[in-house]
Design a protein around this ligand. Structure first.
Ligand SMILES: [Zn+2]
Ligand SMILES: [Zn+2]
Length: 383
C-alpha cells in the first residue's frame, strides 16, 4: 500500500525521467518522441488527479489514475521490445515493471474481514455435499456420490469455460446420472458461465429467486461495478467484468415461495439479498451445512491473489459488485444466526468447526468495520 503523497511524488519523478531521459540519449533517437509523449501524458493526468479523493476540481479518480499508470508501464514494456541497446532496454523494462507494481500496490485496502487459519478450512463436507473450484469461483454438488438419475443438484455454474470441468466432476461423482436441477445463488457472470450449456446438456431446470430472473432472461443488466472499493486488481478491473443479462428462460423456474427446493427434502433456500436483489443461500438444518453463495465469502476476492489463490479470509460479499450494503449487512446477520458447522461460499475455501459460527457472528456484529469498503458509490446511493 503506497500512500497517496508518495504516489504523487513518484508520478512527478516518472514524468521528469520520461521527458528528460531521452534528451540525454545519443543513440535510440527513435525512442525520444514516444517517451517524451508518455512523460507529458503522465504529467497531464497526474495534475488532473484527485490523489486523496478530496479535490473535486480534478476529474481523475485514484482508481482511474492507477489504470493510466499501468497502461503507461505496459507501453514502456512494449517499447522495450524493439530496442537493441541492452542498457536502455533493461531500463525501460525496469521502469515498466515498476509502474505496474506501483499501480497494483496503490490500491486502497479492501474490506478488513477476519483472517481464517488453514486449520479451520473444511476437509470433509459430509456425504451429501461436495465442492469444486472453477478458477476464481466455487460450485457445489448436493447429493451423495453415486446418486441416481435426477437425484442430485448442482449449485451455481462457474466462470465461462468451466463446463468441461463441471461435467467431468459430475461424471466422477454421479456417473451418467443427470441432476434434478441446477440451483442458482445469483446470476453474476462468474456463477452462470456454463449454465446454458449444462442446462441444455442435462435438460435440467434452473431454479433462482424471482428477483434474480430479470438478469437471467435477458431483461436487465446488473448495476455498474464499483472499482473504487480498492483491495487490489480484481476491484481495479471490475468495470471490465460482464454484467449484461444472460437468457436461460427456457429452463428457468422460480424457487418455491415456501423456502423448499423441489424434490429435495433436507435443504431450504434463504433470501440473502444485498450482493444482488435475488441472492439466495442454501441451508441444511440436519447437517448444519450452509451454501452461502456470495453473501459471505472466505477470500479477498478484490485482490487478484485472493481470487486465484484463496487465502482464508472471512468477509462480506465481493465489494466491487455489491450495490446494497444495508441489505448485505442484514443477510450476514441472518446467516450467522443459523450457526452453521460447515460453510461453502462462492469464493474461497470451505470452512468447518465450532469457530466458524463465532467468526460469522463476529463479522455480523462488526459488519460496518470489517465488511464495508472505505469507499463505494453505493455506500452513498444504494442500487
Ligand atoms: Zn457475485
Ligand atoms: Zn461471485
Amino acid at each position: 500500500m503506497i500512500p497517496s503523497r508518495l504516489h504523487a511524488a513518484l508520478d512527478a519523478v516518472s514524468a521528469a525521467l520520461l521527458v528528460l531521459g531521452p534528451a540525454s540519449m545519443k543513440r535510440n533517437a527513435g525512442l525520444r518522441a514516444p517517451l517524451t509523449a508518455l512523460g507529458l501524458g503522465v504529467a497531464a493526468y497526474s495534475l488532473a488527479t484527485s490523489y486523496r479523493g478530496r479535490s473535486p476540481g480534478r476529474p481523475i479518480r485514484m482508481d482511474q489514475h492507477r489504470l493510466l499508470d499501468a497502461a503507461q508501464g505496459a507501453a514502456c514494456l512494449a517499447l522495450a521490445r524493439d530496442v537493441d541497446d541492452q542498457t536502455v532496454r533493461t531500463m525501460l523494462r525496469g521502469y515498466g515493471a515498476f509502474s505496474l507494481a506501483v499501480a497494483a500496490a496503490s490500491s486502497p485496502p479492501g474490506p478488513t474481514g477476519i483472517a481464517v487459519p488453514a486449520e479451520a478450512w473444511a476437509t470433509d463436507l459430509g456425504d451429501d455435499l461436495a465442492c469444486l473450484r472453477c478458477g476464481i469461483v466455487n460450485v457445489a454438488f448436493i447429493g451423495a456420490a453415486g446418486a441416481g438419475d435426477r437425484d442430485w443438484y448442482l449449485v451455481d455454474a462457474g466462470v465461462p469455460g468451466s463446463a468441461a470441468a463441471i461435467l467431468q466432476a459430475a461424471r466422477r461423482r454421479y456417473g451418467a446420472s443427470r441432476p434434478a436441477a441446477i440451483l442458482l445463488t445469483h446470476g453474476h457472470f462468474d456463477h452462470v458461465g456454463a449454465l446454458h450449456h449444462l442446462a441444455e446438456t442435462w435438460d435440467a431446470p434452473i431454479y433462482a429467486h424471482p428477483a434474480e430472473h430479470p438478469f437471467l432472461t435477458g431483461r436487465q443488466a446488473y448495476p455498474p461495478a464499483a472499482p473504487e472499493v480498492g483491495g487490489g486488481m480484481m476491484a481495479e478491473l471490475s468495470w471490465l467484468f460482464p454484467r449484461h443479462p444472460i437468457d436461460v428462460s427456457r429452463h428457468l423456474r422460480a424457487l418455491p415461495e415456501d423456502g423448499r427446493i423441489p424434490d429435495l427434502e433436507d435443504w431450504r433456500w434463504i433470501h440473502t439479498p444485498g450482493h444482488t436483489p435475488g441472492h439466495v443461500s442454501f441451508w441444511n438444518a440436519g447437517t448444519r451445512a450452509l451454501l452461502a453463495g456470495d453473501a459471505v465469502i472466505t477470500t479477498r476476492q478484490e485482490s487478484l491473489r485472493g481470487a486465484l489463490m484463496p487465502q482464508g479470509h472471512l468477509q462480506g460479499p465481493p465489494a466491487y459488485f455489491t450495490p446494497d450494503w444495508t441489505a448485505a449487512d442484514l443477510s450476514v446477520r441472518r446467516l450467522a444466526d443459523l450457526e452453521p458447522r460447515i460453510m461453502v461460499t462462492g469464493h474461497g475455501p470451505a470452512l468447518q468447526g465450532d469457530a466458524l459460527s463465532e467468526r460469522l457472528h463476529a463479522l455480523a456484529t462488526t459488519f460496518r468495520q470489517r465488511a464495508l469498503p472505505n469507499d463505494s458509490r453505493y455506500l452513498r446511493q444504494p442500487s
